[in-house]
Ligand binder design. Structure first.
Ligand code: HSE
Length: 412
């Protein structure tokens, strides 16, 4: 059985390294007589690299070589990854991908081609890096109705928030640190504006609920507007701010899905997930809460998930593994504004005492928050639960305050 890798970046080179380092045990588990890396597709040169002889530039070499039965896609981005992966699947090759952008946007189409061709399209590494999550969700937890899933799915933003919380550093300073350490994506917008976490919650929701959930259906907010003042008020409230990706099945079969920074209570299992670590809390009807924790990115953790998928492909050469979801014909995600939540509100108020009284009269039983060195014209409070639309409409009627920050309270 021959394997090809498309994209020899950090993750692709990690796959080559793990395949070589653990060759004998991987071969044994694969139940094949041989398992060799035959090609590495990349447009760059790698002079002196131990796999230099395997580097090719022409994708057709992989496509036309019948001895290549498994293709690893670690190129990232939508194009030409989509065209290459579709062509490989159509040619009867199994594909393993770590590309969350590709799976979130085109997973349904690619799964359908895989189905028609009786080959595998597996992507454990696309969510949570080295954390086993897709396989446990589709196999080990298969008996459960999954009520809800909450994830810290982006290492870069978790690193930034952790430094803001623990070291009191501001957002821009820590973003620079994350870029220097190589955590942030090339364009950090996808991380800090929540798009990366959105793609991952779409993959998780599609798998749990069996129908494709597209990223543009999921309301997504990032962390670039989070201020150290909000961090302090979260502490006063009894928690921390985390970028939470959430998916929940509603009684009518629709899905509530959202990515946004939120106050997480200190006793939540997600509150102490720090630095670049990721965690996923799955709330099943039979299991209760199950938490998966580990390194959500990085060369070898991600390669570990990819190689496990390669082994799975080797074990399912005749009968395709049952895995995936169906296309969605209509939007199955409800409007987040119609969902219940409590809101944290920080605002400027010339007359703070009167503003708090007005907020109490408007929202009912609010929790007033304070912080060290609080400006005399600043107030902060947490509202009781209502639909987000009702809470925001009420906030608009509070003419004596100018909102500076509004965040949700997480129920994880
Ligand atoms: N940029 C991503 C993160 C990499 O920070 O989590 C892993 O998907």
């Amino acid at each position: 059985m021959n394997v090809a890798i498309m994209g020899y970046g950090v993750v692709g080179s990690g796959v080559a390294e793990v395949l070589k380092k653990n060759h004998d045990s991987i071969l044994k588990k694969s139940m094949q007589s041989s398992l060799e890396l035959k090609y590495i597709l990349d447009i760059r040169d790698f002079p002196g690299d131990e796999n230099e002889a395997l580097i090719i530039r022409d994708f057709n070499k992989i496509l036309e070589d019948d001895s290549v039965r498994i293709v690893v896609e670690t190129m990232g981005g939508l194009h030409p990854a989509f065209e290459f992966v579709s062509a490989c699947l159509s040619a009867g090759k199994s594909v393993v991908s770590s590309n969350k952008e590709l799976v979130a946007a085109k997973g349904d189409v690619l799964l359908q081609i895989a189905e028609e061709k009786n080959v595998n399209f597996l992507f454990e590494a696309s969510v949570g890096g080295g954390i086993p999550i897709l396989r446990p969700l589709s196999q080990c937890l298969a008996a459960n109705e999954i009520y809800a899933l909450y994830g810290i799915l982006n290492g870069t933003t978790n690193f930034i928030l952790t430094k803001m919380i623990n070291d009191g550093l501001d957002f821009d300073t820590v973003l620079r640190m994350a870029q220097e350490n190589g955590y942030a994506e090339k364009d950090p917008t996808a991380d800090i504006e929540g798009h990366d976490a959105c793609r991952k919650i779409c993959i998780l929701s599609s798998l749990i609920y069996g129908k494709h959930v597209y990223p543009d259906w999921v309301h997504t907010e990032g962390i670039s507007h989070i201020d150290l003042a909000d961090v302090d008020y979260a502490k006063c409230w009894g928690g921390v701010i985390k970028l939470i990706a959430k998916a929940k099945e509603l009684d009518n079969g629709m899905i509530s899905a959202l990515v946004s920074p939120a106050f997480v209570p200190a006793d939540s299992q997600l509150a102490n997930v720090n630095d670049v670590f990721n965690a996923i809390l799955v709330r099943g009807d039979a299991t209760g809460d199950v938490v998966f924790y580990g390194r959500g990115a990085g060369k070898l953790p991600t390669a570990s998930a990819i190689v496990a998928d390669i082994i799975d492909c080797c074990q399912h050469t005749r009968q395709k593994k049952l895995f995936g979801w169906k296309p969605s014909t209509e939007n199955i995600v409800v409007d987040y504004l119609d969902q219940p939540t409590s809101l944290y509100i920080r605002a400027e108020a010339a007359q703070p005492d009167e503003a708090i009284a007005a907020a109490r009269a408007t929202f009912g039983s609010i929790t007033v928050l304070t912080r060290k060195d609080q400006p005399t014209n600043e107030i902060a409070f947490v509202t009781p639960e209502d639909t987000e639309r009702a809470l925001r409409t009420k906030l608009e009627t509070l003419h004596s305050v100018k909102p500076l920050s509004v965040l949700r309270i997480a129920d994880c």
